[in-house]
Design a protein around this ligand. Sequence first.
Ligand SMILES: Cc1ncc(COP(=O)(O)O)c(C=O)c1O
Length: 457
Amino acid sequence: MSKDWWKQNAEGIPSIITALPGPKSVEMHANTCKYMRGLSGQVKLFPVCFDEGFGITLTDVDGNKYLDFSSGIYVTSLGHCHPKISEAISYWAKRLMNAHDFTTPVKEKLMEKMAGILPGKLNAIQLYSDGTSAVEAGIRAARAITGKHEFLSCFRDFHGKSMAAVSCAQMHRGDVHSYGPTRAPGFYMLPRPNPYRPTFAKPDGTIDTDRYISFYEEFILEATVGNVAAFVLEPVQGWGGSIFPPDDFFPKLRKFCDKRGILLMDDEVLAGMGRTGEWLTLNHWDVIPDIVTFGKSFGNGFPVTAMVVKEEYAEALDKISASSSYGGNPMACAAALASIEVIEEEDLLENATRVGKFIMKRLEQMKDRHPIIGDVKGKGMLLGIELVKDKATKEPFEQAGKLVYQKAFAKGLAWIPAGHILRMSPPIIMDEHYAGMGLDIIEDAIGEVEREFGYTR
Ligand SMILES: Cc1ncc(COP(=O)(O)O)c(C=O)c1O
């Protein structure tokens, strides 16, 4: 199949033919909201209803066509309805939809493929159907491997919404009703290095990674009972705003974990499987985790996720059953296998790296031009723009974030808001032409907001 399978459908996008949200969207959304509650900020701020997606194009129920800069929510990284993936799912949808955790031909192939692409003998695998369940399984695996019960994780990381997953993630004040007033016992949160906003800095103001590591040492001695099973963290903070650590952080953290007998659990649900130009984002820093989780891009939209541990810990996985209703069903295995094959066949790790560099270069130029862009960040096609009221004080500019999101959406860009950090996750099939088009829309929207707030005329 040609790598350009999506291009014909993208011609002429964005194409906005009604006021937004259009009349059908308004009615459909209102009807749905009579029953459906708890929608995301993304929907509340721009309530359009989607009807179709193909490649990098999304079409709403009023016939408006959008350029996709979100991949759902980091999910459809290989484009909507990739023909190879859709065919692979429908083959099994017509043949065998569920066989509990019995082996199927497609599961056999997926296991071999995963063991082939993952580095460092990460080859003991369990399959699940959402990222949260994979993270929960990783926590169970860490307990089974070490016999220990405490966990370290980081401020502003996100790992899902079950009790253990949320206990190692950021909890919002407003969420106490859903998650309980406290995190589960034995789960501790620590700062992680954010180069733009360092908690620990050297005298010259640059980030001091060693100080983070020595703080972790001190924390374990003073605040835990010395029973830490794993350090659980995202390789890059996705929900937290595309925040990448300094290059020396993960190598130093790996050494710290080894010295202390703590497992390194890498939650790649959002960043893994090609989004940053590597199968594993930790590959950027040549670090191999002990436990890793995959989701989102793994099945390119079909709910399939994985928890993988190093071969040397494989036996411990026998103590934690992987049996679940849907985990590893034939359609799920087919989606994951086809997605990996598409990345290989279309050379999409290279594409994500090349187009990501193109976007970063443009973002750096935009930062110089715009008074409210405090920082830009990204690797591959996982990127962010941090909006501030003042470049000197770095005060977050939440209101501008919302307005830029809405204005760009109204110009035909489907994307993801996150307060003052504009997150971008275009499908990794995208080329420079469409990436540049998306950035033009964002820059226009930023310019308008700057004028409205009196930064420029
Ligand atoms: C890093 C990370 N881990 C876990 C999850 C939870 O995945 P899911 O929503 O599929 O349960 C998410 C979801 O956004 C995530 O970003």
